[in-house]
Design a protein around this ligand. Structure first.
Ligand code: SF4
Ligand code: MG
Length: 321
């Protein structure tokens, strides 16, 4: 058993539940300090890989990763500043370790609190995450799913982070609980001046929280825009397919066709535009040439050949429909 070795448990808790590594291809993403970026894509898009690289849990094999001016893998101080919150707190919290201990080990190690003050410190993090501080004497199984996610948020906050990487952090919760946790993230953002990379397969989830939306498909960013612009003028056919799954948005645009079929294997993605095997607008060029991310409006990038074609993108066509 690992129970007697807290150091090892710490490592296990940080390990992603299912470490599947997908190739990233030419990702260029800068998150402004204090920003809340919603990173959306299907499973296999590489969004979790990108999140883990940003959090210093995975090393990028090429390119440059900088978080507050540092390599996120370079040392424990930057590790402390970037905290990851996973989908399944059941898997990331050790069932045998009481919450007060789970929340105090790392902050003590990092000198964020002293042994004489750690109990009050932990209680304060519980309160901040919307939990009764008396619950710190409980074990993970004594919480509901939503409360358990609050415990993992409290554990992240105990590290006094500046940047939170949330990977499907509300995906396993009921819709009403999802809203409560999203509200918590929003109020923490204001209170603690946090920056977020919020990863989700579900555009509905990021719709109300993100101030910028980035869409990934098979290892590439295909669209990147401020949230208001993104939802008002979506450009990429894949984005339009994802939006078709949101009923109240679908009604507004006839051309919204849901994304069809399965995502191809990320190990051998289709040539040209990765999306051409599923895209209702694909034409010859799409099968051979990779579309570059280009500005289609201020601060709005999209990677689709239709933007070079007379008549513009499917959204522009849709406006006349
Ligand atoms: Fe569809 Fe072609 Fe645009 Fe890719 S480049 S999204 S296949 S129209
Ligand atoms: Mg994932």
């Amino acid at each position: 058993t690992f129970g007697a070795k807290p150091g090892l448990m710490q490592k296990l808790r940080l390990a992603p539940p299912q470490p599947v590594v997908h190739a990233l291809d030419g990702i260029d993403l800068t998150i402004e300090r204090g920003g809340f970026v919603g990173l959306v894509g299907e499973s296999g898009s590489g969004k979790s890989t990108l999140g883990r690289i940003a959090a210093g849990l995975l090393r990028a094999t090429a390119g440059k990763v900088s978080v507050f001016g540092h390599d996120p893998m370079a040392g424990r101080e930057i590790h402390r500043q970037v905290q990851l919150i996973f989908q399944d707190p059941q898997a990331s919290l050790n069932p045998r370790i009481r919450v007060d201990r789970a929340l105090s080990e790392a902050p003590l190690f990092h000198g964020l609190t002293k042994p004489s003050e750690v109990d009050a410190y932990v209680a304060a993090q519980m309160t901040r995450a919307g939990l009764d501080p008396a619950f710190r004497f409980r074990f993970p199984h004594q919480f509901s799913g939503g409360q358990r996610q609050r415990v993992s948020i409290a554990r992240a906050l105990a590290m006094q982070p500046r940047f939170l990487v949330c990977d499907e952090s509300v995906a396993s919760l009921d819709v009403s609980i999802q809203a409560q946790i999203l509200n918590l993230f929003m109020s923490l953002r204001r209170e603690l001046d946090l920056t977020y990379l919020f990863i989700s397969h579900d555009l509905r989830v990021v719709q109300h929280v993100a101030d910028r939306v980035v869409i990934m498909y098979l290892g590439r960013i295909v669209e990147d825009a401020p949230a208001a612009e993104f939802f008002a003028n979506p450009n990429h056919p894949y984005t339009i397919g994802l939006l078709a799954e949101i009923p109240d948005l679908r009604q507004r645009r006839k051309v919204f066709v849901p994304v069809k079929g399965e995502i191809p294997s990320p190990i051998a993605p289709p040539p040209g535009c990765h999306y051409h095997t599923r895209c209702p607008f694909a034409f010859d060029r799409c099968r051979v040439e990779r579309p570059a991310l280009k500005l289609v409006a201020p601060q709005h990038l999209s990677a689709c050949h239709l933007n070079d074609t007379l008549g513009g993108n499917p959204t522009a066509r849709n406006k006349g429909a």
